[in-house]
Design a protein around this ligand. Structure first.
Ligand SMILES: Nc1ncnc2c1ncn2[C@@H]1O[C@H](COP(=O)(O)OP(=O)(O)OP(=O)(O)O)[C@@H](O)[C@H]1O
Length: 688
């Protein structure tokens, strides 16, 4: 189906295939509806900013396909679509009944143009469900099941109802596919010969390297030993806990073993979801390899370059499909995916489909960070409760044989969980010691310790700061933003090399929670540009001008630029001083270099002085200025502020005109609906 088709032409197959196609189809103009009361209500919600117009259109489109559709069914379709926009793969009926108004964006994240009186006059989901006499999830499910558009997943229908959860078919399929593929890879341990690997292991993990004390197990070593025998392994840990260090040692061991037995090295690939994250992984893995004492053949067999997931899979312009899939699998033996928390459900489905059957998969990431921008929470779901689950007896025996470490069961008796032998959480940060304010702040946010967060500002740490702002034109705020960006602009005017300018830019970043409004990136980018122009550091504030930093917002496989890549507009001496946008690329042969792109070729970019926390995932900066909104907002959560604070390496300053902004966020958790683990449990039950 093409994106230009009108609603009447939208085929059933297309509906099963793509929510985006539906939105494109119906957005062209919806004819009169079958259930005017629901249409009207949904329109009011759209007007209030509580629902996306896409959600209302989709529900309306479906209602047209089923003339006798019950109002509750149409309403539920709008709600499941809305959940997808917020990252949830389904509408959980039970949960929706517990807090019905939470299924809408109430209040809207970006503010609303309407008054509170207008809002009070509109029915909320809680009222509507009561009016429709929906008192239990079971009753709700019964009414949904009566619709011909909603099936139980056994045969394709536009929506699927399973275990009192409503899915769009595509996401239901993705969840099942991911669980099946992961389950298959978890089924059988790989053979490991302790006699061959133990001596190498001892050499790579020498005790003095750790600061955990000799009594505590070396979790990095245990993670490595577990990963040797698992086809699927998840290594989660906060910043600087040694995920890259651990995986590098693991790769060295595996190559040692492969070269020893077959003289054929393993084909290993390293990937990350964004270009920036891939560049960081390239740098950190290079450093980790250089630190290891290895023979030349092993050193040569280790990968030094990471690429993006989209590039690895062979993204195609204007398509969700990739060159590599089940029919054209990737050619590799082992894949390491860094920053795996950013990988959404659909991308994970595509990745697992393209992964050869016997290949090993290692997922690295921080389970406490924000989940992917798109729907799904694969890493978070796989790591759920990881600290409380005990390992199986077979694994404990194997770990003790390989490491001579006494591994205690973490809980007794161990809860049976299919992921239990496939997840390790690294807990000790080698980047932030006890004297680091950033480390302390991140830890307290993560633990939901609001009192601890409040107390921290007076504890005398010099790498964290809190500033209360007087308003959007606060002089201190403008001053901080100017001093953050002055250095790279000065270098640019002095004619520094593009790579040097890019490096200088990457040292400081303004992060914010919101996109729109004076406290969102839109307002902040405008104010930063105006202030820089007043200082004479940039010559214009609109169009393309020297010094303008931009972020790619959509993958462009033709230009090899990916969502999240940052470029800076600079005069190019090789083009007679005309403006070009320079991006950093890491090239195994040529090393790091800057690549020039014509501004006119970039059609999906946004100004990047201020960046949303969501977009900053996978990046790291020496210093950050984190701007929070001036009032409570549903977007403020523990995961968001933890992600923001942990982007800073050396200094983090939090500012807001709302005193309690950080504390408010610390107290609120996001729970993303994702049920891969539950499905894995079912699969494991069936297998046993
Ligand atoms: N066991 C260890 N003993 C001493 N230093 C270590 C150890 N493990 C890691 N480090 C050091 O800590 C720093 C961070 O390690 P590494 O890059 O492996 O962590 P990471 O979890 O991958 O970090 P990131 O959050 O950047 O992804 C590096 O300088 C590394 O040398």
């Amino acid at each position: 189906m093409t994106r230009q088709e009108r609603p009447g032409q939208l085929s059933f197959d297309a509906l099963l295939e793509s929510e985006a196609s539906v939105s494109a189809g119906v957005a062209g103009g919806a004819p009169a509806g079958q259930a005017p009361a629901v249409d009207e209500l949904l329109e009011q919600w759209v007007m209030m900013g509580w629902l996306r117009s896409l959600d209302a259109h989709l529900a309306h489109f479906m209602a047209e396909r089923e003339p006798a559709m019950a109002p509750l069914v149409q309403l539920s379709i709008a709600l499941v679509s809305h959940q997808l926009g917020r990252g949830h793969v389904c509408l959980d009926l039970e949960q929706a009944l517990t807090d019905a108004d939470a299924v809408l964006s109430l209040p809207p994240q970006e503010g609303s143009a309407t008054t509170s009186e207008e809002a009070a006059a509109i029915e909320t989901p809680a009222h509507v469900l009561a009016r429709l006499d929906v008192r239990s999830a079971g009753r709700w499910a019964e009414q949904l099941a009566a619709s011909a558009l909603i099936g139980d997943g056994r045969s394709p229908t536009p929506l699927v109802l399973k275990e009192q959860r409503l899915y769009l078919y595509r996401f239901w399929r993705c969840e099942c596919d991911v669980a099946r593929e992961l389950g298959r890879r978890m089924a059988a341990p790989r053979p490991v010969d302790p006699a061959v690997l133990k001596p190498h292991l001892g050499r790579l993990f020498q005790r003095p390297e750790t600061t955990e004390g000799s009594a505590a197990p070396d979790w990095q070593q245990l993670a490595c030993v577990m990963a040797l025998r698992q086809q699927l392994m998840v290594i989660s840990g906060g910043p600087g806990t040694g995920k890259t260090t651990t995986v590098t040692r693991l790769l060295a061991l595996l190559q040692e073993s492969a070269l020893g037995s077959s003289e054929q090295p393993l084909a290993i690939r390293l990937v990350a979801p964004t270009g920036k994250a891939a560049a960081r992984l390239t740098e950190s893995i290079g450093r980790a390899i250089d630190r290891l004492e290895l023979g030349p053949d092993i050193r040569r067999a280790l990968p030094r370059e990471a690429t993006t997931l989209h590039r690895l899979l062979g993204a195609r312009p204007d398509s969700r499909h990739f060159r590599h899939d089940r029919q054209q699998p990737l050619s590799l033996d082992l894949l390491v995916v860094d920053e795996a928390s950013m990988v959404d459900l659909e991308l994970m489905t595509a990745l697992l489909a393209a992964l050869p059957e016997q290949a090993q998969l290692i997922l690295l990431g921080d389970k406490d960070q924000l989940a992917s921008v798109e729907a799904g929470a694969v890493l978070g779901d796989l790591c759920q409760g990881a600290e409380q689950i005990g390992y199986s007896d077979a694994l404990i025996e194997y770990l003790q044989a390989m490491t001579d470490t006494r591994v205690e069961r973490e809980v007794s008796p161990p809860r049976h969980d299919p992921m239990r032998d496939h997840v390790v959480v690294l807990r000790q940060s080698y980047r932030f010691d006890a004297g680091s304010g950033i480390g302390q702040l991140a830890g307290r946010i993560n633990a939901g310790d609001t009192a601890g967060v409040r107390r921290l500002w007076s504890a005398g740490f010099d790498d964290i700061d809190w500033q209360r702002l007087s308003g959007v034109e606060d002089r201190q705020l403008i001053g901080m933003m100017l001093s953050g960006y002055r250095d790279y602009l000065k270098r640019m005017w002095q004619g520094a090399e593009p790579l040097e300018v890019l490096d200088a830019f990457a040292r400081f970043q303004v992060l914010c929670a919101l996109r729109r409004g004076p406290w969102g990136i839109e307002g902040l980018n405008e104010r930063i540009a105006a202030a820089l122009q007043r200082e004479g550091l940039i010559a214009a504030t609109s169009g393309w001008y020297a010094g303008l930093p931009v972020m790619i917002t959509r993958n462009d496989p033709q230009l090899a630029l990916y969502n999240g890549d940052i470029g800076i507009t600079l005069p190019d001496p090789e083009a007679g001083g005309r403006l070009r946008v320079f991006f950093e690329i890491a090239d195994e042969q040529a090393g790091r270099r800057a690549r020039a792109v014509l501004p006119g070729r970039l059609d999906s970019v946004e100004t990047a002085w201020a960046m949303t926390v969501h977009k900053s995932q996978g990046s790291e900066f020496e210093r950050i200025l984190f701007v929070l909104p001036d009032r409570p907002n549903p977007i403020l959560t523990r995961e968001l502020v933890y992600t923001a604070v942990t982007r800073a390496r050396d200094y983090c300053c939090v500012v807001s005109a709302f005193d309690e902004a950080l504390v408010y966020a610390t107290a609120r958790r996001v729970h993303r609906a994702s049920h891969i683990r539950e499905r894995l449990q079912t699969i494991a039950g069936v297998v046993q």
